[in-house]
Write a new protein. Structure first.
Lengths: 294, 333, 262
């Protein structure tokens, strides 16, 4: 029982991270139907920014988190403006290849500057290093922090999407880009804003992972990126609450599979779930079926 | 009509024979040294991979991101068989078994997933390739993450040439048949194809299985030529590389795939010493090409040998001169 | 005369919306029948049900061929096609980036007798069958005056010829029943008149039964022997053109809006 509880807690922490990354995938897919492969590298860059803030400039956790989010936002906007915007009317596959190009560029560009070796985040001290024991169940301050920050960011995101003008524009563009444009919505600005939002969340996830797992490297984004994408598909791609649910689900599955002896096949199980859900309900948990008009 | 066909077939044959002989000569005179031979092998393997993926993605319109998975099945099967049976017979058995096994997995995976459209299929195939890789990491017979070493090398230029030309010819023949046209019709308009009596599921699976079969051959050649395998060779990046060749050459253009495979491998050989920068430049190249020429080098057009000849008497006379020179050279070698 | 197609109580609902409800249609061998009705009446949905694009919620579709009865409901489109039912589409669905010839040859695929092996190796059976296929395709294209354009891309044909090519492609599947979805849409009166003649002619030549959806009443009234009128997914009238012209319910259905607005 205690072990189960511990797994749940670990699963929530990991799931929070996946959910944060998955949100970026899902929002971008919802709005321009692109699997933004570069998204996972924005997350990696976020982790490095946080590392430099804490390690080289000795900033605290919160300032580092905020700086990382700002830098990632700018990076996301830059990627969109430079690489994707010229391809607005190109085929989907051309944009996808571009996304892969951007992804490789960020990965190996980073590797060129910081080298391929892993780096460790500075040791957390004081309040940040606290651990709370409930019997044999341990909750670390980092885990509480991850959950708290994720919840705050998600509430903020919901407020932006549901209550603001630009949020309304985002929803309109994702439903029908042409119609939105005819209604006077600036589609380009809306797309850029979507990238900015997603990238900010990825930046936050990067710093949180750095603090939680300690080790970062230039290729750290690849696998979590794929899994976060699986999470987005699981929940129904393009649907924001779907990405949150998917993130927590994938996090939980992973922790439970490794917790009960299957750690070697942990990733295979996640991808197996992906294929299953695609076969059973390709539009995901919250997705609606649409049919091509004949 | 018949005469034109005859001469074209003859021309094709002469062109292929020349290519083979010239490169064989360059190898035996050591102008293509051991290092360049690796490039040559990589080119041939990439041509097989790209042309077979083009059949799936460029011609049948089914977006696959898992070609490395099929390649790895061929590679490991061939390696395991030749390690236990290090003879020429073992090699052929390995290539055949690898290709058949890859095709079989292709069938099992393709049947349920090919109902999915566009991106969803891409993701499903990506997931499949990752699962295959993880299985190879955990199996005993594949020696886990460390991989297999000392696989007997049976592949030389002759076999590379035969397998490459063979698969390319088979696939392009297929595409010129009614079955191939059925595949192309699916890419053009799946609903119309269905309404015109084409069993779309059957032909999607057919293209997928043929593609997987050829990827299996490519994998087997890889194992036997480079005599070292580990699961991480066949990661997501490998599948992406193949897709990049296909898109760069032009979706739906066999000759485009061949040119792109040659071009990219040569560029990559020249940049080998730059390590990380090489990948950065590769990435930049991708982005730039997609922004300025998203349809790829060839679009969906094909270069045929007759176009080669039309390019000018210059080329033809050059070729014949070269041929003569080679003939005289052949006497000496 | 014998019944070739018998549709009984055909119903299709999408969620809560019933697009087609309790439709009964009977076609006699060799008939040319029109299916008309206001926009959104469910005409194309009926075609999609007949050709297997949609699976009916209930009801039966029976095709009779040489005393064999085949149930079409629930069959996939390609199987429906193989039973001898071919169609064209309202929004032209040609294989745009392929040649005119290939468009027709693809539709003949189900009759091709060589296998995969022969297609890989181009064995004699491949050469023989491909030659036959190409010749037959060109014969068919000649009827539509498209044989001299056989190597052009379908997308480069003028609009009217694209409509013709779609009919040629449907004929290439060797049907007994042909469904034409707004064949004259977008054509000028001269083109429509020519098409009207052509439809009548191919019916004789290929021994076809034809059902067509059309908004151009000049075409419908001129060549259709019988007309079904659909409104809100239901058949509201069925009879000869003259009967339909004077049918009160039909006039209401077409003019109802105007009357109530007035």
């Amino acid at each position: 029982m205690e072990q189960l509880l511990q797994q749940v807690i670990n699963g929530i922490s990991l799931g929070s991270i996946y959910a944060l990354i998955a949100l970026g995938y899902t929002m971008v897919y919802g709005i321009i139907k692109l699997i933004n492969f570069a998204h996972c590298d924005v997350y990696m860059i976020g982790a490095y920014i946080g590392y430099f803030c804490m390690n080289n400039f000795h900033l605290g956790f919160v300032p580092s988190l905020l700086i990382s989010m700002v830098v990632c936002t700018l990076l996301g906007i830059a990627i969109e403006k430079i690489a994707y915007k010229p391809l607005r009317n190109a085929t989907r596959i051309a944009v996808l290849i571009t996304a892969i190009g951007v992804s490789l560029f960020l990965e190996y560009g980073t590797m060129f500057f910081v080298k391929a070796t892993s780096r460790s985040y500075p040791e957390m001290t004081g309040m940040m290093a606290q651990r709370f024991n409930f019997g044999n169940v341990v909750i670390s301050m980092q885990q509480i922090l991850i959950l708290a920050i994720t919840v705050v960011l998600m509430i903020l995101l919901q407020l932006i999407v549901k209550k603001t003008r630009i949020g309304k524009a985002m929803r309109a563009v994702s439903m029908d880009r042409d119609a939105a444009e005819l209604m006077g919505i600036n589609v380009d600005t809306t797309i850029t804003f979507t990238f900015a939002l997603g990238s900010a969340l990825a930046g936050a996830a990067g710093v949180l992972v750095g603090v939680y797992y300690n080790s970062i490297n230039p290729l750290m984004g690849v696998l979590p990126g794929l899994k976060a994408f699986v999470a987005a598909v699981f929940g129904g791609i393009g649907i924001i609450p779907g990405a949150m649910i998917g993130g927590y689900f994938i996090g939980a599955v992973e922790v439970f599979v490794s917790g009960y002896g299957g750690s070697l096949y942990r990733d295979a199980v996640v991808f197996g779930i992906l294929i299953l859900i695609l076969i059973v309900k390709p539009t995901g948990l919250l997705g609606k079926n649409t049919r091509e008009k004949v | 009509m018949k005469k034109i066909f005859e001469t074209q077939a003859v021309r094709k044959l002469v062109f292929l024979a020349l290519t083979f002989v010239i490169i064989q000569l360059l190898i035996s005179t050591n102008i293509i040294d051991a290092y360049l031979q690796n490039t040559l092998a990589a080119i041939c393997i990439n041509i097989i991979l790209a042309v077979s993926l083009n059949l799936i993605t460029g011609f049948t319109g089914q977006f696959s991101l898992g070609h490395a998975g099929f390649m790895s099945i061929g590679a490991y099967t061939c390696a395991i068989i030749t390690l236990r049976m290090p003879t020429m017979l073992g090699f052929f058995l390995g290539v055949f078994a690898g290709a058949v096994l890859a095709a079989l997995i292709g069938f099992v995976v393709g049947l349920p997933t090919l109902r999915l459209r566009g991106d969803y299929l891409a993701i499903a195939t990506l997931g499949m390739a990752e699962i295959i890789r993880i299985v190879f990491i955990n199996l005993k017979i594949t020696n886990g993450a460390a991989g297999l070493q000392g696989i007997p090398r049976f592949v030389n230029w002759t076999w590379l040439f035969i397998f490459t030309v063979g698969t390319v010819l088979l696939i392009s023949n297929f595409l010129k048949s009614s079955h191939g046209r059925a595949c192309i019709a699916i890419r053009e308009d799946e609903i119309a194809a269905d309404a015109m009596g084409i069993n779309t599921t059957k032909y999607k699976v057919t293209a997928f299985v043929i593609g997987a079969f050829c990827a299996g051959i490519a994998g087997a050649l890889y194992a036997s030529y480079f005599y070292f395998l580990k699961p991480n060779i066949f990661d997501f990046l490998k599948s992406v590389n193949v897709l990049v060749i296909v898109v760069l050459g032009g979706l739906g253009s066999i000759s485009g795939s061949i040119f792109a495979a040659i071009l990219l491998e040569i560029i990559s050989t020249f940049l080998q010493s730059l390590s990380e920068l090489r990948m950065v430049m590769y990435a930049l190249l991708l982005i730039i090409i997609m922004i300025f020429r998203p349809q790829g080098l060839m679009g969906s057009k094909e270069v045929t040998l007759s176009v080669f000849n039309k390019l000018g008497g210059n080329f033809r006379s050059g070729m014949s001169k070269l041929e003569q020179r080679l003939k005289s050279k052949k006497g000496r070698v | 005369m014998s019944v070739i197609l018998n549709v009984e109580k055909l119903t299709k609902s999408f969620g809560g919306l019933t697009a087609v409800s309790n439709v009964n249609i009977q076609l006699e061998q060799g008939e040319l029948v029109g299916l008309i009705g206001p926009n959104g009446a469910g005409k194309t949905t009926v075609f999609n049900l007949l050709t297997g694009v949609y699976v009916p919620s209930s009801g039966t579709i029976t095709l009779s061929r040489d005393d064999n009865k085949v149930a079409l409901q629930g069959l996939k489109p390609y199987k429906v096609c193989k039973t001898g039912v071919a169609r064209t589409f309202q929004n032209i669905r040609l294989f745009k980036d392929l040649t005119v010839l290939d468009n027709v040859r693809i539709a003949m695929h189900k009759n091709v007798k060589y296998g995969l092996l022969s297609s890989f190796l181009h064995l004699p059976s491949y050469k023989r069958e491909e030659k036959k296929l190409t010749e037959e395709s060109i014969e068919l294209l000649k009827i539509f005056n498209l044989d001299n354009k056989k190597d052009e891309y379908a997308k480069n044909l003028p609009y009217g010829e694209q409509r013709h090519l779609e009919i040629a492609r449907a004929l290439a599947t060797n049907p007994v029943l042909l469904l034409l979805d707004e064949p004259a849409a977008g054509m000028n009166p001269a083109e429509t008149a020519k098409l009207t003649e052509l439809i009548g002619w191919i019916r004789e030549k290929f021994n076809l039964t034809i059902i067509l959806i059309e908004h151009d009443m000049s075409l419908v009234m001129k060549i259709c022997e019988r007309i079904y009128v659909l409104d809100y997914g239901m058949v509201i009238a069925n009879g000869t053109p003259d009967e339909i012209k004077t049918n009160k319910r039909v006039i209401e259905a077409y003019l109802g809006e105007d009357v109530s607005n007035a």
